[in-house]
Design a protein around this ligand. Structure first.
Ligand SMILES: [Zn+2]
Length: 111
């Protein structure tokens, strides 16, 4: 599987970055050192902030899943083939989105 060694390294780097990002987000969501604010407006903006962080956290989790999946596919030799139609994914597309699991045709059919 030498062919995708570099991609694999790149994916692992991305994974580490996301892990760091996610733990930062998770820490902010918890904000345990902050006392509960008595001010209503402040509380409201706190909730809003938490929702944004939640959203970012979920996005990071989805991305982590996709990257882990891509690494598993490199390891079992399926990487580079579209999961829907089985055809080879355009190398340019793989370069741009290394954790993609669909060719451009199938991906745009879903949207
Ligand atoms: Zn396809």
């Amino acid at each position: 599987m030498k062919e995708y060694d570099q991609v694999r390294d790149q994916l692992i780097d991305m994974l580490e970055e996301l892990d760091v990002r996610l733990s930062k987000i998770t820490n902010e969501v918890k904000h345990p050192e902050e006392p509960v604010s008595q001010d209503f407006e402040e509380q409201a903006s706190q909730v809003e902030n938490d929702q944004v962080l939640d959203f970012l956290g979920n996005a990071a989790r989805v991305e982590i899943e996709q990257i882990r999946h891509a690494i598993a596919r490199i390891d079992n030799g399926e990487y580079g083939d579209c999961e829907v139609c089985g055809e080879a994914i355009n190398p340019e597309r793989l370069k741009a989105v290394p954790f993609t699991k669909m060719c451009i045709k199938c991906a745009s059919a879903i949207k």
